[in-house]
Design a binder for this molecule. Sequence first.
Ligand SMILES: [Zn+2]
Length: 255
Amino acid sequence: MQPTTRSKRTPPEPIACEHCGAMRQPRIVLRDDGTPYEIAGIPAFFGWEECPCPRAEEERRARAEAEARERAEARESAMRQAVEASGIPPRYRGAAHPWAQKMADDAANGQGFYITGPNGTGKTTLAMAAGLRLIEAGRKVFAVATYDLMDAMRSRKAEEREVFDRAASCHVLILDDLGKEASNTAYACERLFAIIDKRDKAMLPTIITSNYRLSEIAKNITEGAVGVAIASRLAASCKQVALEGEDRRLTSGQD
Ligand SMILES: [Zn+2]
């Protein structure tokens, strides 16, 4: 159904339905007063009336379904690419948790979260499931194991800068397993503080998972002032979520 060119001096002729041969009239656009809307003195028209015959109708229905399928596939493909780019690990790309949507909604409004609890209570599942909901809502999410982030910040300059910028400026940063990394260099800890500080000032939320409570996280990141500074920034900007319960990995195979 193409609007015809305006070069013709006269409105188009009716055309025959390819299925039943019935004539399809050009669609004239009428003004409020009932006269045809004109462009350069020629009645404006937009294609031809649809033929109501069953085969023409079937063809339109099939075309609409194919278009809807293509749109759904394009959406899924875009979602898949965004999830892959986010750093959410493959085993969590189907993660679901009853609290995920609420957490995602609050994070979308700038609320950070500090999820704590023993191993296997579903901390990472909750954080990643919220991350997936945020990606669905069009947010740029960067999920990274804290160990890998700290490790990247010891490496080559250009690469470090890239990771730092991404962690500092993405809509939602997910820092998995804070405090578990064993030997943080002083420099990496300062960079981590700088990331959290930049995010805090820009009101960009961070979702953190940790085996340690906020009250005990400082010394598990690093001894001294930087650890305390990181912990106090997190305390100010994150809502604390404590997960309890048996080790879910024993029954469900997921953290
Ligand atoms: Zn027809």
